[in-house]
Design a protein around this ligand. Sequence first.
Ligand SMILES: [Fe+2]
Ligand SMILES: [Fe+2]
Length: 205
Amino acid sequence: MTIEEIAIKYAESAGRFFQRERGPHQLAKLFGIFRVGEHHAVITIGDWLKSTDNLEVKSGYARLIWDEARHTEIWTTRMIELVGDDTVRKLYPDPRSVDYRKQEYFRLWDEYARAESLAQRLPYIYLVDAWAAVAYTIYLNYVDPVTKWHLQTILHDENFHTAFGRKMADKYVTSERDQEVLSHEEAKIQKILDDVTDGLLSSDV
Ligand SMILES: [Fe+2]
Ligand SMILES: [Fe+2]
């Protein structure tokens, strides 16, 4: 399934999910889940930086690390605004984890961290970030004005990340062998994203 197909398939159920009435505590939990993804991207792309020789890709990774760290901070700030500093410290002390039983979500980030070559890594950037952008775009229709303002900033970055990942893949994943690896990884990611989406939309968050 492509991202476009996922967007079409889930538009209705995602709309229902995102327009649920949520109080401050439920919103903080939802944002805590988003924050895990943002923060995993910081850690993982930070790890990738060391083993990436290509300078153009390396400088793009550096921007991604900065962006994802800012997104992690944005969600943390919003959580604190909603439920207070003490509660965030008590219930959400660590941006790497959250009390959320849907294991598919964590599997996505584990697989992301296992990618070793450009052919394996770049599809995570353009597929996972495009997927996040689809989810955030749908959510923009329902979210409160303060969160909306932050979400627009994040969305702008995610769209850049998606374009960067695709451009680098077109430019540097060129051998037949690498393209095979990339296609294989894309299929794996799309299956996981489908499971993650099903899991999130059927959860009680
Ligand atoms: Fe992000
Ligand atoms: Fe991103």
